[in-house]
Design a protein around this ligand. Structure first.
Ligand code: AMP
Ligand code: ZN
Length: 141
């Protein structure tokens, strides 16, 4: 089966070579390139070659390949840029901040005090509420 494509999708166009990118690497299922709106220098994307929008619809072997590509890029980021840390981020749906509906993992180098809005203070949850949601999810698995 050939991978799904979407003519209006910017990442499908990059995969097809119709739009340029700073390509880091490529294999049969994935491509990695620099993000053109970096949160910090070195911000890159590991992208599935096929047009699957989100984690709930992409085949397991393809998301596994995207994760492996993200790991390769993250290793290069750590070795070459020596950041204080790296976030891997993968958004699903507009409510999660996804702007390109074609599955990708961000590799984001982090610097102390960089003000990138990804971190939060943990607050204790309501155990009854946690348990109620846990039961629903457990039954679905
Ligand atoms: P998300 O908001 O998680 O869907 O991330 C989409 C990312 O794609 C954003 O960080 C954009 O800066 C990035 N992006 C959009 N268009 C391009 C492009 N042509 N080349 C590289 N990165 C892009
Ligand atoms: Zn696409």
């Amino acid at each position: 089966m050939t991978d799904p494509k979407d003519d209006g999708c910017i990442f499908c166009k990059i995969v097809a070579g119709q739009v340029p990118c700073f390509k880091l690497l490529e294999d049969d299922k994935t491509i990695a390139f620099m993000d053109i709106n970096p949160v910090n220098p070195g911000h890159a994307l590991a992208v599935a070659k096929g047009h699957w929008p989100t984690v709930d619809v992409i085949p397991p072997d393809v998301i596994a390949a995207v994760a492996q590509t993200a790991q390769k890029v993250a290793k290069a980021v750590v070795a070459e840029l020596k950041p204080n840390g790296v976030n891997l981020l993968q958004a699903n749906g507009a409510g999660a901040g996804q702007t390109v509906p074609h599955l990708h993992i961000h590799i984001m180098p982090r610097r102390a005090g960089d003000q990138v809005a990804l971190n939060w203070e943990p607050k204790p949850g309501d155990m009854k509420e946690i348990e109620a949601v846990y039961k629903k999810l457990k039954a679905a698995l």
